[in-house]
Design a protein around this ligand. Sequence first.
Ligand code: DGY
Length: 324
Amino acid sequence: MSEVFIARKVPQEVEDFIGKHCEYTKWEGVGEMPRSELLQQLGEVKGLLINQERIDQELLATAPKLKIVSNISVGYNNFVIEDMKAKKVLGTHTPDVLNDTVADLIFGLMLGTARRIGELDRYVKDGQWNKKVTAELFGIDVHHQTLGIIGMGRIGNALAQRARLGFSMNILYHSRSRKPEAEERYAARYCSLEDLLHKADFVVLLTPLTPETVNLMSSREFSLMKRSAIFISASRGETVDEVALAEALREGRIRGAGLDVYKQEPVNPNHPLLQFKNVVTLPHLGSATASTRFAMAMLAAENLVKGLKGERPPHIVPELQSLI
Ligand code: DGY
């Protein structure tokens, strides 16, 4: 029986790396592995490589020998921390290697919404460009505007770098703690959430999903934003009250939105937020470039192997560090 189960397709080099250190089996089916099948594979498994599968009491009960779960993602809201603590199962994630890639995509959403790139792409391809460009096609500037970052972690920092050094933007941020480095390097100014919402031309929500951040952006928060401001959501969909966002857009209380994440993924094609011209949508792919996804999978494999060897994996999630 293998000690590792790979529940997600990974590049061959990553599989070979795991194979050098342990015996493994893997999901060979098409597409995502159904949870019911995963639960049948875990009887002897000590290490599990996954992406965003919920690790809770139900799964842990089928995996009595499990020591470590390695997520191929930086977000780990799929870990039910109390259940993992109770079973002394370590959880790791893949921070840092994706910062620049995700920040690039967020900047793409900012530019795409401000300059209406998706909408105007369709305008040209649909043959509507039959006269000189006039004001109804104008966008708004990104450079020299004020960017408000909610959740100034590693990705927020990479975004601030682009915004400040590349686009001369003023940076405001709201976070659990002050970030002296971002303040010094990018002249980022710490402020209350309310202040940020009042002042920012672009509000980017980057907070991890925790019980405290569910629906962090709701009716009250959207009503505090400028009518001319753009909202970008790029961490987890549950941090946004989507009904409130749709209402704010319908009533013209904000200018537009850029979304990479949704409460339900894949998002339903009939979702109200997909019906707005001034909303740019993407299918949750902030980190999705070939090289970054490779780096994430390899880092997850390294975490896994270290944990199985009894060494300290470099990226144990903070809430589970006390287990080792
Ligand atoms: C992450 O790594 O958390 C990205 O959002 C992909 O899930």
